[in-house]
Design a protein around this ligand. Structure first.
Ligand code: GLV
Length: 314
């Protein structure tokens, strides 16, 4: 019994299994749902919707045909030790996830550009000083990672008149964005990024890409927004860069260890805004519709959409 005749999906989500199951029941009633760890007969399961699967999850699921990632990032899935080789992994590409990420990044770009972090600090001291305000057209925002999320953010930044530079692994034009790519592009890209936004995936090639060396390539008094993955940043180097004023301030939504340990100096650093990985949260109604369309398409002979390329790891 395969997915073409009877789709049976295992859910191991972000603590919203019941909500996901109810939404699937409305949108694709033909789909049978099993919620981890109540797998029933593991041989029945032919698809799964997952977030941070426990290491043993795939051990008995011999008839899996496809995996759906709840998040835009697939790192927690790809590093699961029992993941079967060669199984298609479909990335989550849904409009609300994109909108949420654009909102999170725009909020922080505007907050830094309009010096709100400074005014918050001034208010805490009952101190009045009208710090100089600069037009958006004089601010260059660097978007690191120009996939679906990075391109959507870039379009909104352009609409607000920011200058936008972007960085990606290989060459590809993006409207309104000056694109840098590859190893040679990194230094010129960073040297232009007054506000650097990280939207890269966590792969072996991006680990601690933002470190003491690369932070030193940013213009003076730059800002960092990390909405990608904690692994992208060397946190000790980040704190050092803030303390020696290479960096002016940072907004971090993701961390090397999550939840951020109570002992981390990041918690009470005066120039870091910490949020608990809420940059964008997948929205079941639009996400279930995306998955339903993928399953029905596959049943009619279409390939799975937005699959992870194993060679790049995203
Ligand atoms: C969240 O971190 C995601 O990958 O969507």
């Amino acid at each position: 019994m395969g997915i073409k005749t009877k789709p049976v999906m295992l859910l191991k989500t972000d603590d919203r299994d019941q909500k996901w199951a109810e939404t699937f029941a409305e949108i694709i009633p033909a789909l049978e749902i099993r919620i981890w760890p109540n797998v029933g007969n593991p041989a029945d399961i032919n698809c799964a919707l997952l977030w941070a699967p426990p290491p043993e999850l795939f051990r008995d699921l011999k008839n899996l045909e496809v995996l759906f990632s709840i998040g835009a990032g697939v790192d927690s899935l790809l590093t699961c030790p029992t993941l079967p080789a060669d199984i298609p992994v479909v990335r989550m590409v849904e409009p609300q996830l994109t909108a949420g990420m654009v909102e999170y990044c725009l909020f922080n770009v505007l907050r830094f550009h309009r010096l709100m972090h400074r005014f918050e600090e001034q208010q805490s001291r009952r101190y009045w000083e009208d710090l100089e305000q600069v037009p958006a057209s004089e601010i260059t925002v660097g978007v690191m990672g120009l996939g679906v999320l990075g391109q959507a953010l870039s379009a909104q930044l352009c609409a607000l008149n920011y200058q936008v530079v972007g960085y990606r692994r290989s060459q590809q034009d993006v409207e309104g964005v000056e694109v840098f790519y590859g190893e040679d592009g990194l230094q010129p890209f960073l040297s232009r990024s007054m506000i650097l936004v990280l939207l890269m995936p966590a792969t072996s090639g991006t680990q601690k890409l933002i470190n003491a060396n690369t932070l030193a390539m940013l213009p003076p008094d730059a800002f960092l927004i990390n909405a990608g993955r904690g692994d992208l940043v060397d946190e000790n180097a980040l704190v050092a860069a803030l303390d020696n004023h290479t960096l002016e301030a940072a907004a971090l939504d993701v961390f090397e260890t999550e939840p951020l340990p109570e002992s981390s100096p990041i918690w009470n650093h005066p120039r870091i805004l910490v949020t608990p990985h809420i940059g964008s949260v997948t929205f079941p109604p639009t996400a279930c519709r995306y998955i339903a369309e993928a399953i029905v398409g596959y049943q009619h002979g279409a390939p799975w959409p937005n699959t992870v390329k194993t060679e790049s790891g995203y």
